[in-house]
Design a protein around this ligand. Structure first.
Ligand code: SF4
Length: 172
């Protein structure tokens, strides 16, 4: 059963990343990240995926941090450390914030994205939550479409994309 949950979580995560890579940046604007120092000794591994039945959303943050009465999700990324978090990483973290709130009944004020070179705190604002819910609604709609058109002309995005090998719309 754990394997099934993990498989579902990875599948959903892959779909989110695929969907985001084929969509334009949302117009509502995303919060940037602020650089913070975090003590990795306080990070606790997550045993099983978090799940929200209402949204049919599942996901597994890499770690959870308990700070006072708050539970903060942490997502660990490898590769190059950007000057600011990538949009897809922000959305993924926002989904974890949402799942943390649904699971523990407490809204995390922010989540953490850990890159090799620095950590960013990304505020889980009502605006970010609303944008995330829009994204999820669009994803559900696109699930029933035979194909989803690429909506950008950025070769570099395709060069960095993990789905390049199977995508018939890549531009590089
Ligand atoms: S290869 Fe390019 S077009 Fe295809 S999913 Fe990735 S970013 Fe989008």
């Amino acid at each position: 059963m754990t394997t099934l949950y993990l498989g579902l979580a990875l599948l959903l995560l892959a779909f989110i990343l695929f969907w985001l890579s084929s969509r334009q940046r949302r117009g509502a604007g995303l919060p940037g990240g602020r650089v913070i120092y975090t003590d990795t000794r306080t990070w606790g591994a997550v045993e099983k995926p978090l799940y929200d039945r209402l949204l049919d959303l599942t996901g597994k943050p890499d770690y959870l941090v308990e700070q006072n009465v708050q539970v903060i999700p942490v997502e660990v990324k490898s590769g190059r450390t950007p000057d600011a978090p990538y949009d897809s990483h922000i959305f993924q973290l926002a989904a974890y914030c949402l799942l943390v709130e649904k699971t523990f009944g407490k809204r995390p004020p922010y989540g953490i994205i850990h890159y090799p070179g620095r950590d960013f705190a990304v505020d889980y604002t009502p605006q970010l939550e609303a944008t995330l819910l829009d994204v999820l609604a669009d994803m559900r709609r696109d699930e029933y479409r035979a194909s989803v058109e690429r909506s950008h002309e950025e070769a570099q995005r395709c060069v960095r994309c993990g789905f390049r090998g199977v995508c018939d719309q890549r531009v590089a």
